[in-house]
Design a binder for this molecule. Structure first.
Ligand code: ZN
Length: 272
C-alpha cells in the first residue's frame, strides 16, 4: 500500500543569513536552475493530534549543491555526511540535519512544477517534516521595469480523489539576524568555488573530445573564460563587496563600543 503523504509542517523560520545565501545562489545564473539543501532543526512542540506531527522548522543554514537536474542529484545528497554533520554541530552547538531543499526558477513562476510536487512527495515519504523552497528570479515587472524575487515554501499532499499529489503552501518567516552565522559564511564563500569547479568540469569534459577542430577548441576556451568572468561579476564581486561592507560596519561598531567602554571606565573611576 502506498504511504499517505500529509502536510506535517506548520511554519518555517528561515534565518536571514541563510536566506541571503540561498538568494545569492539563486541569482548566480539565469540560464539554469540551481539547488541546495536547507539545514536546521525541527521543533515539535505543537503536537496537535497523536497521529499528525506538526512541526515548525528553523533553518539556520544551507548547503550549496552542484547545479543540474534537481530530482537526480538530490537523491544522492539528501543526507549529511557524518563529517559534515559533526562540523555543523561544532559550529552551531546544536544537532543539525537536512530539513529541506531549495531550488531556483529563473524567468518562471514561483509555484512548484508537477515534477517538483512529485519530488517533494517522495522526500516526505522518507521524512514527513521535509520542506521545499523555491526562489523565482530574473522576472521583470512590466510596469516598473525592475526585477523582483519571489519565494515560496511548500509541501505535497495526496490529492482528494486521485493518486496524484498537490502542493500546499507553508508559511515562511524570515528571522532577522544581526550577525552572519559561521555555517552560512562558509556556504557563501564556498559558492564561487563550487560554481567555478562546475565550469572547469564542463570545460574539461568537452576539451577531452579528440575530434574537435582547433576553431571549435578556441571557441570553447572563450566560452569558458566568458563564463568565469560572468561568475565573477555576478557572484564573487558582490560577495566581496558585501563582506568588505560588513567588515567596515563591524570596525565602526567596535570603535563605538571602545568609546563607550572608555566613558564607562571614567565614570567608574570618578565614583571610587
Ligand atoms: Zn522547480
Amino acid at each position: 500500500m502506498a504511504m499517505q503523504v500529509v502536510q506535517a509542517v506548520q511554519a518555517v523560520h528561515l534565518e536571514s543569513d541563510a536566506f541571503l545565501v540561498c538568494l545569492n545562489h539563486a541569482l548566480s545564473t539565469e540560464k539554469e536552475e540551481v539547488m541546495g539543501l536547507c539545514i536546521g532543526e525541527l521543533n515539535d512542540d505543537t503536537r496537535l493530534t497523536p497521529s499528525e506531527l506538526f512541526t515548525s522548522i528553523l533553518s539556520s543554514s544551507c548547503d550549496v549543491l552542484i547545479r543540474g537536474r534537481t530530482e537526480w542529484k538530490f537523491r544522492q545528497s539528501s543526507y549529511l555526511r557524518p563529517q559534515q554533520r559533526q562540523r555543523l554541530a561544532e559550529l552551531t552547538g546544536r544537532p543539525m540535519r537536512v530539513v529541506g531543499w531549495y531550488h531556483s526558477h529563473p524567468h518562471i513562476t514561483v509555484w512548484p512544477s508537477h515534477v517538483d510536487v512529485r519530488t517533494q512527495a517522495m522526500y516526505q515519504m522518507m521524512d514527513q517534516g521535509f520542506v521545499g523552497l523555491i526562489f523565482s528570479c530574473f522576472i521583470e515587472d512590466k510596469n516598473t521595469k525592475t526585477g523582483r524575487v519571489l519565494y515560496t515554501c511548500f509541501q505535497s499532499i495526496q490529492a482528494q480523489k486521485s493518486s496524484e499529489y498537490e502542493r500546499i503552501e507553508i508559511p515562511i518567516h524570515i528571522v532577522p539576524h544581526v550577525s552572519i552565522g559561521k555555517v552560512c559564511l562558509e556556504s557563501a564563500v564556498e559558492l564561487p568555488k563550487i560554481l567555478c569547479q562546475e565550469e572547469q568540469d564542463a570545460y574539461r569534459r568537452i576539451h577531452s573530445l579528440t575530434h574537435l577542430d582547433s576553431v571549435t577548441k578556441i571557441h570553447n576556451g572563450s566560452v569558458f573564460t566568458k563564463n568565469l568572468c560572468s561568475q565573477m561579476s555576478a557572484v564573487s564581486g558582490p560577495l566581496l563587496q558585501w563582506l568588505e561592507d560588513r567588515l567596515e560596519q563591524n570596525q565602526h561598531h567596535l570603535q563605538e563600543l571602545e568609546q563607550e567602554k572608555e566613558e564607562l571606565m571614567q565614570e567608574l573611576s570618578s565614583l571610587e
